[in-house]
Design a protein around this ligand. Sequence first.
Ligand code: ZN
Length: 60
Amino acid sequence: MPKCSFCNEDIEKGTGKLYVKKDAKQLNFCSKKCEKNMLKLKRVPRKMKWVTKKKKGNKE
Ligand SMILES: [Zn+2]
């Protein structure tokens, strides 16, 4: 099962998105949110509260 390159969640088959960079590296994204943060905003996943706190039930 592929994992989201940004938030590291498991991606179920048939969902999510595969993105291939110019250097042929493949990135998997579980959602557009992750895709946008990684590619457009160039954010670091471990600095994002909604990534690190995702499984604890974040209210933000
Ligand atoms: Zn994700």
